[in-house]
Design a binder for this molecule. Structure first.
Ligand code: PEP
Ligand code: MN
Length: 388
């Protein structure tokens, strides 16, 4: 069961103490507190674990500070929706809002290589008004003999360049908990010129000890990739590890699944799951068209397959796009063949805007339909409302 407290409840208040004393007296039930800092208010949720079946939601709703009691309906206790559309979703980080309404494009290098390439990329982003990017410093590679990323050594100049070009958030994969400390120390030393969203790659989706370690810190939000060979439910449960350890600021990324049925693409594009993840959880949903498609091939209509896949995700309501770009893909040290080029960034962003506009129109039409239904007095659930 989840207790949603009244906004801005003060944990030092006598009412809050009365609430916690009551919770402590519930015998075999334990509880943890989660604070969610929004732009305007702080929300506190209390998660009750144990035999909560014996508790009635109405009696829990009568406790001091409690606004609402929600019975948990799925194993994604913290990140799940539990049938309540109106629970707060999303978070704000370094001045950027991430939720199930917003849209941000994180175009950048799969792997950091040279300061010149990083600077050219960031220059292009600034020219196009972008404040978010992707930059891989720690690369999990299939072969131990492949380039493994520059690691901690590139962080000082990557962060400094990000600050110079107004980048607020860099998505950066970590493959070991020590990488979080390295990022932390470098940002601290540089005076926090930028922010970092810690990426958990598909190869580490079920690396539970890494998830627990990254979930224990709350400085950085987390970009979590779906596992490429497991079910969606297994990936969502894995994401819940992050929240269960204390960090609910998680963006869930669809990046395609591994099967020869996806050939000639690198993976089978799974962006039809965008609305599914939004319905089951409160996480903003990211799509990664580059690692899904894996090529820069162009269709007869002149659009690249990466752009087509991007549009498919956005028209389905995606909230973030992680996409590989490079000033000179032929010189990229990782995944050059799937990178779009920096001169294509303006075109790509325009294409994103076209798909987004179509999505917003589709969403508005769905709302109009809902209004039409109420106006006609037909309040029986339709397929559009039955599953909410
Ligand atoms: C990446 O985004 O650089 C990456 C390695 O992606 P994935 O974990 O989805 O393969
Ligand atoms: Mn890559």
């Amino acid at each position: 069961m989840i207790l949603i407290l009244k906004p801005n409840t003060d944990p030092a208040s006598p009412e809050f103490s009365r609430l916690t004393r009551h919770l402590d007296s519930l015998g075999d039930i334990t509880w943890t507190r989660h604070d969610i800092q929004g732009t305007e208010q702080r929300l506190t949720e209390i998660y009750l674990l144990g035999n909560t079946k014996a508790l009635s939601t109405s009696s829990m709703q009568g406790l001091p500070c409690v606004e609402r009691a929600v019975r948990v309906q799925s194993s994604y206790r913290i990140l799940g929706r539990h049938g309540h559309e109106d629970r707060q979703n999303g978070f704000s980080y370094n001045g950027v809002q991430f939720d199930q309404e917003s849209l941000h494009v994180f175009a950048g290098l799969c792997a950091v290589d040279t300061p010149e390439h990083v600077e050219q990329m960031m220059q292009a982003l600034q020219q196009h008004g972008q404040v978010t990017t992707r930059m891989g410093a720690y690369k999990p590679r299939t072969s131990p003999y492949s380039f493994q990323g520059h690691g901690a050594s590139c962080l000082p100049w990557v962060f400094e360049l990000a600050g110079t070009y107004g980048i607020k958030v860099i998505a950066m994969e970590v493959t070991h908990e020590s990488h979080v400390d390295e990022i932390d120390a470098t940002l601290e030393l540089a005076g926090h010129p930028t922010g970092v969203m810690l990426q958990i790659g598909t190869r580490n989706t079920q690396n539970f000890e890494l998830l627990k370690a990254v979930g224990r810190q709350s400085t950085y939000p987390i970009l979590f990739k779906r596992g490429f060979g497991i079910t969606l439910d297994e990936s969502l449960n894995a994401a819940e590890y992050l929240a269960s350890e204390g960090n609910p600021n998680v963006v869930f990324t669809l990046r395609g699944v591994k099967t020869s049925m996806g050939d000639p693409h690198r993976n089978l594009v799974d962006f039809s799951h965008v609305p599914v993840v939004k319905r089951l959880t409160r996480m903003p949903v990211c799509i990664d068209p580059s690692h899904s498609v894996g090529t820069r091939d162009v269709a007869p209509d002149g659009l690249t397959d990466v752009m087509h896949a991007t549009a498919q995700g956005i028209i389905a309501g995606a909230n973030m796009v992680l996409v590989d770009f490079h000033p000179v893909p032929a010189k990229a040290l990782v995944d050059g063949p799937q990178a779009l080029t920096t001169p294509e960034l303006g075109w790509y962003l325009d294409d994103v805007a076209i798909a987004r506009e179509a999505y917003l129109k589709r969403r508005q039409r769905a709302r109009d339909h809902e209004g039409e239904r109420y106006a006609s007095g037909n309040t029986e659930a339709t397929s559009a409302t039955a599953s909410r």
